[in-house]
Design a binder for this molecule. Structure first.
Ligand code: DAH
Length: 344
């Protein structure tokens, strides 16, 4: 037993000497192998316990274990010291801590989404509720209830994707006028952004999927002036405080009278000429609007003698092309990060 203690003492002595010379990771690793490896000094000493009388074995094991524990502590202390010294020397050598770091990659709100939020936000501040509707609609909501019965020529204008004889992908957000009026009594004030679908061939100005935002206000005593005021406010939010709007007489089956709405071009201020933003017309087309048709109100069991309302439906991409000065609608759907980053 005393012999084992003596051997252990000698091993420990060699270990301490080697450890004090170890200057890098490789030296530490060699030391580990020499003492704790498969034929390392400690390993061999452990094996020799088997030759001791059985009564002495537990004590021998304990002496070795205690020494090994302190050796391992020494090892990790030296390793930590080496690492921090190495880190400090590399800091001074290769790393310029004053060098600007790379910017973290940030996403951005998609321009279509952002425009939708600006418009919705404007109407919300004026007491409108933002509601969303289904993209698959029965023809009743999309056509019949909007005063477009089967066989009405206006149905052709919508060029819809039909899923069954009676179900279609909505070609406009107007069916949500019907759903809202069915579920609520006037006063009603909603704004409905969402995706729409039409069988359009894709080119710089068209896509089979696009976004609209629908507005609907129904209450007692509503007139066209209210519509004009709200849309003027919306455009000054979108295109700046000097912007203004104009109405052009038009026809939609679900409004009477009906009008197309244009915003004065914010770039040329309506002068047109060779303006690239408005294409020279001086005006930017937003979409359709009008006073809710009495037939629609009656279908909703509202009395047109008591309540009236206005509605509009604008194309978001159309506005986005102008507002962000983009020349091709497809850019909005390709989601090229380089493009989106420019519009951040
Ligand atoms: N839904 C029509 C379309 O997509 C646009 C429209 C016109 C909506 C007049 C309206 C409206 O709410 O009053 O062509």
């Amino acid at each position: 037993m005393s012999q084992l203690a003596q051997q252990l003492g000698e091993i420990k002595g060699r270990f301490d000497a080697a450890l004090s010379r170890a200057a890098d990771d490789a030296a530490l690793e060699a030391l580990r192998v020499a003492f704790f490896g498969r034929i390392g000094e400690i390993t061999l000493l452990r094996r020799s316990i088997g030759k001791l009388p059985p009564a002495e074995r537990p004590t021998a094991g304990k002496i070795i274990n205690d020494t090994v524990a302190s050796m391992e502590e020494q090892l990790s202390a030296v390793q930590a010291k080496l690492e921090s010294a190495q880190f400090a020397s590399e800091l001074g050598k290769d790393i310029d801590v004053t060098f600007p770091s790379t910017e973290p990659a940030m996403g951005s709100i998609h321009p279509i989404r952002r425009l939708t939020e600006i418009i919705s936000g404007y109407f919300e501040r004026h007491g409108f509720a933002v509601v969303l509707g289904p993209e698959v609609e029965p023809d009743y909501y999309n056509f019949d209830a909007l005063n477009i019965p089967a066989g009405h020529p206006a149905r052709e204008g919508f060029d819809s994707f039909w899923l069954t004889d009676t179900l279609l992908l909505r070609p406009h957000t107007s069916p949500m006028q019907i759903r809202t009026m069915q579920q609520h009594q006037p006063p009603i004030a909603v704004i409905v952004p969402g995706k729409c679908y039409r069988r359009d061939a894709v080119d710089a100005r068209h896509s089979y999927m696009f976004h609209q935002v629908e507005g609907l206000l129904v209450a007692h005593g509503i007139h066209f002036g209210h519509l004009k005021a709200m849309l003027t406010g919306m455009c000054s939010e979108l295109f700046g405080p000097e912007s203004s709007i104009r109405f052009r007489p038009s026809y939609f089956p679900f409004t009477e009278p009906s009008a197309e709405v244009d915003a004065r071009c914010p770039l040329c201020k309506g002068r047109g000429g060779s303006c690239r933003m408005c294409g020279g017309s001086g005006w930017i087309e937003l979409g359709g609007s009008g006073m809710v048709h009495p037939n629609v109100l009656r279908e909703m069991k509202y009395d047109p003698e008591v309540v009236s309302g206005w509605a509009f439906g604008f194309g978001i991409e159309r506005m986005a092309l102008r507002r962000y000065d983009v020349d091709d609608i497809r850019r909005f759907f390709e989601n090229d990060p380089a493009f989106l980053r420019q519009l951040r």
